[in-house]
Write a protein that binds this ligand. Structure first.
Ligand code: F6R
Ligand code: ZN
Length: 192
């Protein structure tokens, strides 16, 4: 746990020079999230492939600290839907997050508990602000490149994955006519 000032290097398109925690999420952790369930089942039966990785530096998970790290989302699709992160609300809903696009192209799918929705593009050199209360999921719309982002959020935020696992996001990003397209999620469930 880091409690003293520190630096590390983060080259564009590359890996951080150091980290404390390496999280890897594969296809099996996305059960029920992709709209084409048959394509998901078939892909999973072939290989539980790695979808994304997160490199975190560990600072205390308390108010005042700033948790940060690098997210690397690999390219690919399940059916016509691009590879994406699980997505979450912060457990402390009134906490936001800053993302910085470093490599590749993608989108951030966001929504509030009240039903507001927003999808914004992530490109290298662009800062994307996720305000407090907005659930967020990144999507890699590139054909061959990783989507690499740097993120910073409050130490006490925590993660609520369950709400999105149950309901999904209202919007999803699919390839239509060769282009990334935002559509209503046919599997979105309006459960209380
Ligand atoms: C932290 C955050 C990112 C994500 C990462 C992986 O609050 O938003 O660090 O954790 O992009 O996505 P999830 O956590 O949804 O699997
Ligand atoms: Zn977050």
């Amino acid at each position: 746990m880091r409690t003293q000032p520190f630096t590390f290097e983060l080259p564009f398109g590359g890996m951080p020079s150091e980290w404390d925690n390496h999280i890897q999420r594969s296809l099996s952790s996305m059960n029920g999230q992709y709209y084409d369930q048959a394509a998901y089942a078939e892909m999973l039966s072939e290989n539980d492939q790695l979808l994304y990785e997160v490199y975190e530096v560990l600072v205390p998970a308390v108010e005042g600290e700033l948790l940060h790290g690098v997210s690397i989302l690999h390219p690919g699709k399940v059916g016509s839907e691009y590879f994406m992160t699980k997505g979450h609300f912060h457990s402390v809903l009134e906490t936001g997050e800053v993302y910085y696009g470093m490599h590749g192209t993608g989108m951030m799918v966001m929504e509030t508990p009240e039903g507001e929705s927003s999808v914004m593009e992530l490109v290298p050199g662009r800062v994307l602000y996720v305000p407090p209360r907005w659930a967020h999921r990144s999507v890699n719309t590139g054909a061959t490149e990783d989507l690499i982002t740097f993120f910073v959020y409050p130490g006490n935020a925590g993660h609520d994955y369950g709400t999105i696992e149950q309901k999904g996001f209202r919007k999803i990003v699919v390839e239509q006519d060769g282009k990334p397209t935002v559509i209503d999620n046919p599997r979105w469930q309006n459960t209380p």
